[in-house]
Design a protein around this ligand. Structure first.
Ligand SMILES: NC(=O)c1ccc[n+]([C@@H]2O[C@H](COP(=O)([O-])OP(=O)(O)OC[C@H]3O[C@@H](n4cnc5c(N)ncnc54)[C@H](OP(=O)(O)O)[C@@H]3O)[C@@H](O)[C@H]2O)c1
Length: 243
């Protein structure tokens, strides 16, 4: 497996949740990390929390904006690995009540945003590098009602990676599909009810509890480091697809 020591990694979504966990683990492995999100304030706070083991830089950019994405890669220059964990709470209304402006905004940032990241990353991604995107359990266990849009988007990532892995070879392209992970996103979705949701789901899971970002970060590091992994989706869900 290749070492991450001295490598340059971009984590889009690195100011919070899963991306923050990936940034922390990559820094521990000796990488230099650029964390990306829309809020400069969140980036500053994350930079502070991540300070210590290696060099971390916050770059404010919205992956739904092609101008921002182009500027991001211009600013970073040559780099080794792209990780994208960015995302916002999905639409959750029954299909008959779908708010199409919100649906379009979600598809635009999550899926079109990933396409734009790949489009501009190839300009400066070094040989031997990789891209890793994030899907999720909602494609396998869609919330009912209201899960159709997020299931469609999450499911599409597997095929996005397979096609891109062929097109960009030898650059590697992979997907991490997490189960429920205790992150700030859940505070936004269910607020104080989070503890109850997590206790219930944790009791059902073979793993016996909900994941933390530290539990899922090693899957991203593995995909960056293993030079034989490409076009693959890694499920890291504590057995959630089984229950
Ligand atoms: N948490 C889970 O249980 C879980 C399970 C399966 C899959 N996932 C997927 O994993 C992804 C990350 O989830 P999380 O729980 O880590 O969420 P989170 O804690 O809310 O973090 C999301 C990160 O993405 C950034 N972001 C959001 N929209 C962005 C945009 N348009 N451009 C650039 N950065 C953006 C946020 O910063 P700003 O707000 O400042 O932009 C933040 O850094 C989501 O796509 C989610 O669907 C999560």
């Amino acid at each position: 497996m290749a070492t991450l020591k001295g490598s340059r990694i971009i984590v889009v979504g690195g100011s919070s949740g899963i991306g923050f966990g990936v940034a922390a683990a990559a820094l521990e492995s000796g990488a230099e990390v650029a964390i990306v999100g829309r809020s400069a304030q969140k980036l500053k706070a994350a930079e502070k929390r991540l300070a210590g083991p290696g060099r971390v830089t916050g770059i404010a950019a919205d992956m739904a904006s092609e101008a921002d994405v182009a500027r991001l890669f211009d600013e970073v220059g040559a780099f080794d690995h792209l990780v994208a964990t960015a995302g916002t709470p999905p639409p959750n209304y029954p299909i008959g009540e779908a708010d199409m402006a919100f649906v379009r905004q979600f598809v635009d940032s999550k899926l079109v945003g990933a396409v734009m990241l790949a489009k501009h990353a190839v300009r400066t991604l070094k040989a031997g590098g990789s891209m890793t995107f994030t899907s999720g359990i909602n494609k396998d266990r869609p919330p009912v009602p209201g899960g159709s849009v997020v299931a469609a988007i999450a499911g599409s990532f597997t095929y996005f990676a397979r096609a891109l892995a062929l097109e960009l070879a030898p650059t590697r392209v992979n997907i991490v599909s997490p189960g429920w992970v205790d992150t700030e996103m859940w505070d936004e979705i269910v607020g104080e009810a989070k503890g109850g949701y997590f206790d219930q789901m944790g009791a059902r899971l073979p793993a016996g509890r909900i994941a933390t970002p530290d539990d899922v970060a090693p899957a991203y590091l593995y995909l960056m480091q293993n030079e034989f992994m490409t076009g693959e989706t890694i499920h890291i869900d504590g057995g959630q697809r089984l229950v």
